[in-house]
Design a protein around this ligand. Structure first.
Ligand code: SAH
Length: 240
């Protein structure tokens, strides 16, 4: 009976995977993995054939249709196929399309959650996404529409934007159009969860200043309550 396990690898270093994810990974015969996952995860499944499907979150080396096809093919020819995805599979990871492809072929599956980039960024900066009294809601939002158009929103007290790293200046304008005050706090964290994570602190209006520091690195932009200073200082906190 073919069975595919989707596993969230976490956003950074290999030890951010869950215990369940690591256990199921160790049983894999084939692993289809995203480019943003830590190569050290191979140590969990040295027996498996590891296939880089090259998805980077910004620009896809392998198109989604080809990934779906490959996944179905591997699932029909192997019993234990793992689809290893960066962060959490259910957050901006096109999981639905892959689930649909498997369902079309009657292939069973399981999804193991992972740590999404927004949470690693909050942990790294010691800046909680919710704040008692003024931060009751959090939104995880892609800054890119399906058609590749930059779009911002103000739907929650804390809004975390994914996939905006290359256009922070333009994002600032969109944020203000969406109703964020020019002086609302904004935090950019790139490579959250990795040892070389970088953080910069801004006001919405000055987000463009972050571009050179984070160029070419996956980054999330936290805006609003969760981007404000927290009581803890951290070595990575530029304001500390
Ligand atoms: N499923 C993933 C998100 C994939 S979309 C998750 O749950 O984290 C790809 C986007 O995620 C990137 O453009 C970037 O905005 C963000 N991202 C992925 N890894 C990151 C990291 N280590 N640090 C900061 N942002 C990251």
């Amino acid at each position: 009976m073919p069975h595919v396990v989707f596993i969230g690898a976490g956003p950074g270093s290999a030890d951010l995977i869950t215990v369940r994810g690591a256990r199921l990974l160790s049983q894999a015969q084939v692993v289809l993995f995203d480019a943003l996952t830590d190569p050290a995860l191979r140590e969990h499944a040295p027996q498996a054939r590891w296939v880089d499907v090259g998805k980077r979150g910004f620009g896809h080396a392998t198109g989604q249709a080809a990934i779906n096809e490959m996944l179905v093919h591997e699932a029909l020819t192997h019993e234990r196929v793992v689809r290893l995805k960066g962060g959490d599979p259910s957050v901006l990871g096109r999981l639905e399309e892959e689930l649909q492809a498997l369902a079309t072929h009657g292939i069973d599956c399981e999804v193991v959650p992972g740590v999404t980039a927004a949470l690693a960024a909050a942990a790294h900066t010691r800046r909680p996404l919710t704040r008692r009294g003024h931060g009751r809601s959090v939104s995880l939002t892609t800054a890119m529409t399906q058609l590749g158009v930059l779009q911002a929103t103000r739907t929650a007290d804390t809004e975390v934007f994914y996939m905006a790293g290359r256009q922070l200046g333009a994002l600032a304008d969109k944020l203000m159009q969406a109703g964020w005050p020019a002086d609302a706090p904004a935090l950019v964290v790139s490579r959250a969860g990795w040892p070389d994570a970088l953080v910069s602190e801004h006001r919405v209006a000055d987000l463009a200043d972050a571009e050179p520091l984070h160029a070419g690195r996956p980054a999330v932009v936290t805006v609003g309550a969760g981007a404000g200073p927290s009581v803890a200082t951290s070595p990575q906190d530029p304001a500390a």
